[in-house]
Write a protein that binds this ligand. Structure first.
Ligand SMILES: C[S@@+](CC[C@H](N)C(=O)[O-])C[C@H]1O[C@@H](n2cnc3c(N)ncnc32)[C@H](O)[C@@H]1O
Length: 313
């Protein structure tokens, strides 16, 4: 999918008419993605194409190893006939004990789903999520004894579930505004072992103030990957982050620049948070990014995530 098209649309000021227009174009874009997926072979026989994709803004950095899982061993207690593929996710780089069973949605979306709540988290795992997960594994000490929540974690919440499995966080809450994503996360949570960490998942729409009110000052660490480019949700996201984080809390965000969208998010954060922005935050990721720069199809503006750390003022 040309994510640039999405970005350009979300860059415009929103009124009711353009909202309908956005829904229609989102449908068209997603339909295009699905057509492309179907025309290139069965997703069942192979790894999901988006994990292997090397020519779009969905390209991952190869920080994790993915292989097909024998799904017969999984989902025994909670059988389900919706289409999903079980994958084993591991990280060969210094974390041999890390291993997660991840359920990857490979679903035909209904028209209602496509024009309904944002579906970008059900298309693929975006590079920012991969990099955030990797960053969390490498900085596992900051999570010791902490309460952690992920906002807009998409269909896998890979970052927060990596925290749940590989750190000594006391609790982890995986969220997204899309109920299909959260349904998939529920499957993943039931089919993994998280030792002593309490793992929960729930639908959490940043625009629903009643939800964030119940979570006031509850979370020590807030994670978020590639959620800054929705013009109609950015303000609500900043408000939510401010409301749900404890006073000494830390907000860790990975997001590509995507035109001016990252800057617009940071403008909203000024005054509310202390901001620490890093373009180069991990040697391995920087190296992989530099290797990719020679590929003319690599779109760094949409792919390469920057790390934003926020603390409440
Ligand atoms: C580009 S996807 C990123 C998903 C995941 N973090 C990743 O990087 O793979 C953006 C995510 O934001 C979620 N989202 C968009 N608007 C939202 C809102 N108002 N409340 C909660 N989640 C929202 C979408 O459902 C989607 O999963």
């Amino acid at each position: 999918m040309d994510h640039g098209e999405l970005d350009r649309r979300f860059d415009q000021p929103i009124d009711d008419k353009s909202r309908k227009c956005i829904a229609r174009s989102r449908w068209k874009l997603l339909a295009k993605v699905l057509r492309e997926s179907n025309s290139s072979g069965s997703l069942d026989d192979d790894l999901p194409r988006s994990l292997l994709d090397s020519t779009t803004s969905r390209e991952l950095y190869g920080l994790f190893k993915w292989c097909i899982h024998d799904s017969n061993q999984l989902d025994k207690l909670w059988p389900d006939d919706s289409p999903g593929q079980w994958l084993k996710c591991s990280c060969s780089d210094g974390h041999p004990q890390f291993s997660l069973n991840i359920r990857y949605l490979s679903k035909q979306f209904s028209v209602n789903e496509l024009i309904g709540f944002n579906n970008t988290g059900n298309i693929c795992i975006w590079p920012s999520e991969e990099v955030l997960a990797y960053y969390c594994l490498k900085h596992r000490d900051i999570f010791r004894g902490k309460t952690v929540i992920e906002l807009g974690g998409g269909m896998t919440c890979l970052a927060s579930l990596s925290v749940a499995q590989f750190t000594d966080a006391s609790s982890v809450c995986c969220t997204d505004g899309n109920s299909l994503s959260v349904e998939n996360i529920n499957h993943i949570v039931r089919n993994n072992d998280f030792n002593n960490c309490l793992v929960t998942s729930q639908v959490f729409d940043w625009k629903d103030k009643s939800l964030s009110k119940n979570m006031e000052s509850k979370w020590d660490i807030v994670l978020c990957a590639d959620c800054l480019f929705f013009d109609d949700g950015r303000e609500a996201l900043v408000e939510t982050m401010s409301r749900i984080t404890t006073n000494n809390g830390l907000i860790l965000i990975m997001a590509p620049r995507r035109g001016r969208t990252l800057d617009r998010f940071l403008e909203l954060c000024h005054g509310k948070f202390l901001i620490y922005l890093q373009e180069e935050f991990d040697r391995d990721v920087t190296l992989l990014h530099k290797e990719k720069l020679i590929n003319p199809n690599y779109n760094a503006d949409h792919n390469y995530p920057l790390l934003v750390q926020l603390r409440k003022r």
